[in-house]
Design a protein around this ligand. Structure first.
Ligand SMILES: [Zn+2]
Length: 308
């Protein structure tokens, strides 16, 4: 039997996982499904998403689907390109509409995180806020006077792509040494794996069972809690870069708050505790209160954002 009032449905396509959630009108996540992103086969990925949605539509009633995706989105319908998912000018909104029979609202995933914070999270009572989504990459959303700032072409908000090292590695965006290359979870994991390979007597190497490729975003923290100096060094350096970028963004935008969300949320308050001593006095930075679901909740709220 279906519920009397309609729920909201959000889809958050990430570089690593796809999350699909049924959200009630108080923005609680009532049902949550997560699966690995089939990033080399977009048709299969969209097929999986639509299969889950059809299943949920048997249990819940919703009038439309909100979808957040990485990458550049044209006309709110088509994903032109995304760093690590093999999109090729994919008309995602049309495909999902055809397969599910429901209207689709599509937006950039970082903007969705901004809408989630704006309506349901840290930004409910704020006028000016930045949201930094720190996961596979670093995304951003800019709220000025409670409006999402998009630039003249709709592409503003790439807060992960200002240059920190002019001689740095080439970035997928075409620049070099971007903030993303220091502050993403991908960069963190890469640094941890390298450090473990170079220190085979470390707790981190031992915890990875002698195979640094097993190190993910969380293991270095577990190793640090066990007293691993190598892990501690990697984390300290990561935090230092992240804080430097946040200081720069705060200086540029002077927001009331910078909200952190994305995969980094898994570590909890230790992140903000370690960041705090590096911040300039005017920086107000906190973790999203939405348990890593800002992008998902925000995707379900794209329609609300567009309708003002
Ligand atoms: Zn870049």
């Amino acid at each position: 039997m279906k519920n009397a009032s309609t729920d909201l449905l959000g889809v958050d396509i990430g570089g690593t996982n796809v999350k699909i959630g049924v959200i009630d009108r108080e923005y609680n996540v009532r049902e949550f499904i997560k699966f690995k992103t089939e990033k080399d086969d977009v048709d299969a990925m969209l097929g999986s998403i639509c299969g889950v949605i059809r299943g949920l539509a048997e249990k819940y009633r919703f009038d439309y689907i909100g979808v957040g995706s990485p990458g550049r989105i044209e006309d709110n319908r088509t994903v032109i390109e995304a760093g690590n998912i093999a999109y090729d000018n994919t008309p995602c909104a049309d495909i999902i509409e055809q397969k599910t029979g429901l209207p689709v609202y599509l937006d950039n995933d970082a903007n969705c995180a901004l809408y989630g914070e704006k309506f349901a999270g840290a930004g409910k009572n704020l006028s000016d806020m930045l949201v930094l989504t720190i996961g596979t990459g670093v995304g951003g959303g800019i709220m000025i006077g409670r409006k999402c700032y998009r630039g003249h072409n709709g592409r503003a908000g790439e807060l992960g792509h200002f240059i920190m090292d002019i001689n740095g590695e080439p970035c997928s965006c075409g620049l070099r040494g971007c903030f993303e290359q220091f502050a993403s979870v991908t960069a963190f994991v890469k640094a941890a794996r390298k450090a473990a390979s170079e220190h085979k007597d470390s707790i981190l190497y031992d915890m990875a069972q002698g195979d640094p490729s097993r190190i993910g975003g969380r293991l270095p923290f577990y190793a640090m809690y066990r007293g691993c100096e190598v892990a501690r060094g990697v984390i300290d350096e990561y935090i230092c870069h992240l804080a430097a970028g946040i200081n720069s963004l705060a200086k540029m935008f002077q927001p009331e708050m910078i909200v952190l969300t994305g995969g980094i949320m898994n570590e909890g308050p230790i992140i903000t505790q370690m960041l705090a001593p590096h911040f300039m006095p005017f920086v107000n930075c906190s973790l999203s209160p939405l348990q890593g679901n800002a992008g998902l909740i925000g995707a379900a709220l794209i329609k609300r954002e567009r309708e003002g």
